[in-house]
Design a protein around this ligand. Sequence first.
Ligand code: PHE
Length: 503
Amino acid sequence: MSRRELMQPLHILEKKVLKTLGKIVEADIEALSRASELSIDQVRRAVEWLQAKGLIQVNTTQKTLFTLGPKGAEALKEGLPERRLIQLLKSGLNNLEQLKSRFRDEQEFSAALGRAKRKGWIKIVDDYVELASEPNKLPEEEALEKLASNHSLDEDELTKDSVLYNGVRELQNRPNYISRKIVKSTKITLTDLGKVTLERVSEQDEIDTLTPEVLISGVWRQKPLRAIDVEAPAPPIYAGRRHPVQLFIDEVREIFISMGFEEIEGPIIQPCFWNFDALFTPQDHPAREMQDTFYIRGEASNYADRESIRRVALTHKDGWRTGSKGWGYEWREAEARRLVLRTHTTSITVKYLADYKPKEARVFTVGRVFRNEKVTFKNLVEFHQIEGIAVGPRLTLRDLMGLLSTFYKRLGLEKVKFWPTFFPYTEPSMQSVVYYDRAGKWIELCGMGIFRPEVTLPFGVKNPVLAWGGGLERLVMMKYNIDDVRELYANKLSWLRGSPICQ
Ligand code: PHE
């Protein structure tokens, strides 16, 4: 490796820390910060980068240190209580009561007495204390002095000196004489590669920061600019972003718009009239029952013009002028006024037909619908539907299949099948399924059909209306390879942050 190859682009902070290390050889973060005049934080960052580049080595060690406690400091000045006792005895004082008065408290005095007696320095006779032998310097006293002169003692070092060792052990038994703490320290040194790099850094003269002055003065022509390491590790940034379901809704919107559709919207709370009656769904239809539908307190007024309501009523009763026999029951307006959380977005497209009576139209809507079902891995109570209609004079079922196939294809789903089914408002009616490669199975998507005359004629719509609608979440699940719908709304941060925006 040539020297040049050894050189990796270095940040200005890295260079400063390298140079400082060259001077002080071995240091910790604080020492580097002091010597380099960089902040602790800047040194930390530089150290992390330099370490990643193999230019420095960071060794962390632990030490157990003893330092003087408040009682220890006191004893250092005045002597240990038992030493003070001996001094007092030597000065001629020997009455127990009198001796006691020279101590801070009862406790300190009895501790001094106890120790001196146990060691055989004194004898107690009645109310008097006799000095038996004067002790030499105690290990505790040695330790206190050493602690004072050294500021601290390293536990590992102690084992080398048995007097100090015993002294410290003894002092540990006395509350607040000394304290023991674990201190971590780092030692930062240059590696061989670091040393070579440092030489190069010292030799070279490059521009670290591109400033207006550098440009204006033309210095940039003479000196090289510091290279930027675009691969340097950096913390991930989690910027705000849209929810994957919202992203998918936008994708669906773009597809329909690219197919010449216009987006429409409508309220979530609907009178039964638009959710059911206008769709030729009889008033005793099981879909209307409480188990499936969330009814809302209150009732709708002015939800449709009187003539439309009259025609829908008659269509349900005997078919009105639609050529149908109707359902043959007495339609009640009270039922139509009831409010529901829409159970499907077909309520929005049928209202659009009634409002605009188009001869030709292509509209779609994406929105929330509500069904009172048990929440499971494949069912939510609140979910989204994709809904649309196409109106035109010569539209047929083939157009509908073509339309849906195109839509699925643009979502990346190539294999689509259709088969007959039943809806009260379409004839013929179909169900579509798409093949989901990753799971290796067919999945039901949109229901569809051509709106019956019982739906379109009461609102004055004469041309055929192709209609479809289906769940959105299933498509999102396929896209993200999820097999439990609930995960979409569990707000798991890892998924929300990690799910790719483009695939
Ligand atoms: N509304 C139906 C559903 O919720 C789907 C559908 C829409 C069927 C339009 C036919 C026509 O499943």
